[in-house]
Design a protein around this ligand. Sequence first.
Ligand SMILES: Cc1ncc(COP(=O)(O)O)c(C=O)c1O
Length: 351
Amino acid sequence: MLRYFRPNITASAGYVPGEQPEDGGVIKLNTNENPYPPSPKVRAALRKAIDASLRLYPESRSDTLRTIAGSIYGVKPANIVAGNGSDELLSMLLRCFVGPHDRVAFPVPTYSLYDTLVAIQDGLPAPVDFPPDFSLPSALAEQSAALTFLCNPNAPSGTLVSLQQIEKLARSLPGVLVIDEAYVDFAGNEGVSSIPLIQRLPNLVVLRTFSKSFSLAGMRIGLAFASEHIISGMMKVKDSYNINRLSLIAATAALQDLPWMTRNARRIQRTRKRLTTGLVRVGYDVYPSHANFVLARKSGRNQKGVYDELKRRKILVRYFDIVGLQDCLRITVGTNSEVQTLLREMSTIES
Ligand SMILES: Cc1ncc(COP(=O)(O)O)c(C=O)c1O
């Protein structure tokens, strides 16, 4: 009977069991969460929302959130759909655009969920290797793909592709281009968003999440920006009430306190600089990161031992057992003191 069980076909999205401790003195630098809490205004709005109204279903089309997001990002609410995290938006996009044997292209290494979702949909993954400097591979445009993903800034490298290149890529593709901007708020002035491009590129979708810069990973909220035509299609495939009442309140309040988010993003940029300098000092090459993590490489030296030893010392970082990344560690930018502890420990570990 379980022969027909579809999850047999695929690996999971890559979260490692036992690596999500709530506290216990662990320094958690493995899943790119924000080390700072969400805005006090978000927490106050949530407390206020815990009342009898929880018996009611939430807004099914997230209209209040979409209206506020539209005014902040300069688009119409009809250009936005909200998701239960950007992971749900990715899944909606696969269901909208990919049937059996349709090709889905993405440069690799990148966010591992793209590959998993393609497998679930019986699509054909078309991974294209990034060059060593993680610049945009020209072969990405030549994959005849129904859907093309570009994570910008990319995970796990933290590297950035320019808007000019994105526009050129979108115009040259036969299908839809999805720019995953989960980390763009950490890019500062260089990381100008692709959202305005949706006005002139009918095949462009831009994804945002509240999990990283807004410190709301636990609430599960993401936004997709695209033409009204694409958004109305995504609305058709989403669950009726895909975002719960409290998450909608949290996201709306977070957008109403942008200075809190930008202040934390700037703090993270400053700590990223310290982390990068410290890692270089202990012998790593670090890619120029525009995200809230860095990718550190010790060329030709497998980093599993360093990862294990850090874990033993209660510091979690990310090791990828993937060809081409085994000599790397991906490290989330934590607080200054977490980063200081990490660097101190790393300086005493043989790598
Ligand atoms: C590139 C990228 N996209 C999307 C996500 C998922 O974000 P969310 O928490 O909004 O589902 C992540 C999470 O780590 C990510 O790294």
